[in-house]
Structures are given as structure tokens and as C-alpha cells.
Design a protein around this ligand. Structure first.
Ligand code: AQP
Length: 330
């Protein structure tokens, strides 16, 4: 049976990109695999966070996981910082990493530039993000990691670090494979279709949040960048804005780009955008209803307490093997 691990950072309000690229795809695995779904709050602190907000978002993200259909009876749902083995193995993975390979990570380069411009410094945690992510995955002897296509480079480095460790210290870690949704499902910013939709984007109009109300979604889709060509056609080079909206439409409706082009032939962007809005609202409405029931309920704490215990048991077994392999014991 496959072992699945994945996580999302509570670094902001979740976007449609997080949903289509990651969260939605977590759910079917729980029927056929051993699943660990983590709220990776230690990754969130790789950039400055406000304590009260981080705490609130951590709980909210757990509620959103469950509202999307994650079943605590079938999957282990837990908070990263509550299982100390993540940070402990993370340090061992940092010590297995090379500065050069970390500096080459594209996410590091783009986030470092952004943080330097905003704060005047580059947090070191941004550079050591990939070894911590490797530790998260390797602790559970994970075979498959469902993530968005933007995480390809981090998955490659995870495998490299596992192989490097195994070669030097003996076979401790299973080499995990990445699982990305078909068609890529990389959702781009509604205002700049050359950059990915991100929950930490400062431009509110660029991002659809899963918790946005209907009115806000209507306005954001209306303002989404298109072009002057006026036909619904998929071509990322000449019509990047429209192509991005089409990829969201395709992911939510299950239709192919050809079908969408045929359905909207001669109809212009207005009708297409309205139907797209209806699709998004229709998908999010039941999720939001369940989310609001869960956020204040003690059920959430019970689920996370149980999740922590189950995760810790498995993580501790791998961590013990790793410290013995590395000689980190008396
Ligand atoms: N735009 C996207 N399209 C498809 N998938 C996406 N993911 C994120 N954005 C998109 C997928 O969501 C999962 C969780 O991401 P994360 O929170 O761990 O970090 P991230 O990739 O850095 O996400 P954000 O939204 O861009 O967060 P911030 O702004 O805090 O950095 C991953 O599987 C990712 O592929």
C-alpha cells in the first residue's frame, strides 16, 4: 500500500491554486493508501509571521482540510510543530545538504528577492526550507507525495537527500515519488498570468481565496486580466490570461480545452467569466458551510490530538533509525 504525505503552509488564506493543485487531490488517496496530511506551520515561519494570526490560520487550515472531505478516520491530520521529529530530522537533512544546491532552488530565489525588497533581509529559513520538507516526507517512509507542479524541484532535492543519506549511512529512507494532477493544474495570478497564484500575494485582485464570498469572487473574475482578442481560446503564449481562466474552468468542470472553446465560440469573455464564477462558487459553497461548522468546535482539537499521536508514532520509528544510522546516540 502506498504511503502518502503532503502539507500546506498556514501562511495565508488558502487560494484556488492550493485547492486545485493540492488539497482537492489529497482526498481520493485516503480510500486506498496510508495518508498523512500535515499543516506545515514550521514552513510558514520561514518568512516573518504574526503569532496570533499564525495560530488562527493553523486551526483554520485544519478545518478546511476536513471541510474538503478529509476523513480523520482514514487519514492522519496533524500540525507539524506538534511532532518534534520534523525539526529534529530537518536539522539532519540540513547537515546533509549543500549550500550551492539550496541557492539554485527557484522558489528560494524568488522568495528571497521578495523578502529582501520587503523586509531588507533574507531569512535563512527560506534557504533551509527544502531539507525540512525532505524530513517531513521521509519521516513517514512516504512513497507518493501529491503536490502542485511548482514543487517539482523540491521533490527532486528530497530524493537526492534521501539517496545521499542512504548511501552514506545505510538504507533508512524510502525514495518518494511526486504525484502531480494531470494537466499540471498550475493556477496563475488573475492579474499577472506569468506568476503563480499565491496566498501571500499582496494584490487582493490576483487571488481567489477559498473563503471569499460570492460577491468577491464575482468581482475578482470580472477584473481578471484577459486580452483584446475576444475569443475563448487556449494559448498560453498569446492569451495567457484567458488560458489561465480556461485551466481553472477545465479543472472544475472536467471539460477539455477543445470542448470549452466549442462551447464559447462567438460568445466573448463576459458569458465565459460568468459561467466560470458559477463553477467556482458551486464548488466552494458546501466546503464553506462545513468549514464554518468546524472552526469553533472541540471536534477539531480532538481530531488534531489523535492525528498528532498517530503521526508521532510513525515519525519516531524512522527518526530512531536515522539517528542510529548517523551515530547520533551514546
Ligand atoms: N497556484 C498554484 N497552482 C497549483 N498548485 C499550487 N500550490 C500552491 N499554489 C499553487 C500547491 O499548494 C500546495 C501547498 O503550497 P504551500 O502552502 O505549502 O506553499 P506554496 O506552494 O508556496 O503556496 P503559496 O500559496 O504560494 O504560499 P505562499 O504564498 O505562502 O508561498 C503545494 O502542493 C503547491 O504545489
Amino acid at each position: 500500500m502506498d504511503v502518502i504525505f503532503s502539507g500546506i503552509q498556514p501562511s495565508g488564506s488558502l487560494t484556488l491554486g492550493n485547492y486545485l493543485g493540492a488539497l482537492r487531490n489529497f482526498i481520493p488517496f485516503q480510500e486506498k493508501a496510508e495518508c498523512y496530511y500535515c499543516i506545515v506551520n514550521q514552513h510558514a515561519i520561514t518568512v516573518p509571521q504574526e503569532a496570533a494570526l499564525l495560530h488562527e490560520r493553523t486551526r483554520n487550515l485544519a478545518a478546511l482540510y476536513i471541510a474538503c472531505g478529509m476523513d480523520p478516520k482514514k487519514a492522519t491530520i496533524f500540525v507539524q510543530s506538534e511532532v518534534p521529529e520534523h525539526a529534529l530530522l530537518g536539522w539532519m537533512m540540513i547537515c546533509t545538504s549543500y549550500v550551492g544546491e539550496m541557492e539554485r532552488m527557484t522558489q528560494y530565489k524568488s522568495k528571497a528577492r521578495k523578502e529582501e525588497a520587503k523586509e531588507g533581509f533574507i531569512p535563512l529559513g527560506l534557504m533551509t526550507y527544502p531539507p525540512l520538507m525532505a524530513a517531513d516526507i521521509l519521516l513517514y517512509q512516504t512513497t507518493l507525495v501529491p503536490v502542485g507542479e511548482d514543487q517539482t524541484q523540491h521533490m527532486e532535492i528530497t530524493r537526492d537527500l534521501a539517496e545521499r543519506f542512504n548511501r552514506k549511512y545505510g538504507e533508512v529512507f524510502t525514495l518518494p515519488k511526486m504525484w502531480a494532477p494531470q494537466g499540471g493544474a498550475r493556477v496563475m495570478s488573475l492579474q499577472d498570468p506569468s506568476s503563480k497564484m499565491s496566498k501571500s500575494d499582496d494584490n487582493e485582485w490576483a487571488t481567489i481565496h477559498m473563503l471569499d464570498d460570492t460577491d468577491t469572487i464575482v468581482k475578482k473574475i470580472k477584473r481578471a486580466v484577459t486580452d483584446s482578442l475576444g475569443h475563448v481560446h487556449y494559448d498560453k503564449e498569446t492569451q495567457p490570461g484567458v488560458s489561465n481562466l480556461m485551466s481553472i474552468y477545465a479543472a472544475l468542470s472536467g471539460k477539455s480545452y477543445e470542448d470549452i472553446e466549442r462551447d464559447y465560440e462567438g460568445k466573448g469573455y463576459g458569458i465565459f467569466k460568468k459561467d466560470l464564477t458559477d463553477l467556482i462558487v458551486g464548488e466552494m459553497a458546501p466546503i464553506l458551510e462545513r468549514y464554518h461548522e468546524l472552526t469553533g468546535s472541540p471536534e477539531l482539537d480532538r481530531i488534531l490530538d489523535e492525528g498528532r499521536e498517530k503521526a508521532e508514532a510513525k515519525a519516531h520509528a524512522t527518526y530512531t533509525r536515522a539517528i542510529h544510522a548517523m551515530g547520533l546516540y551514546r
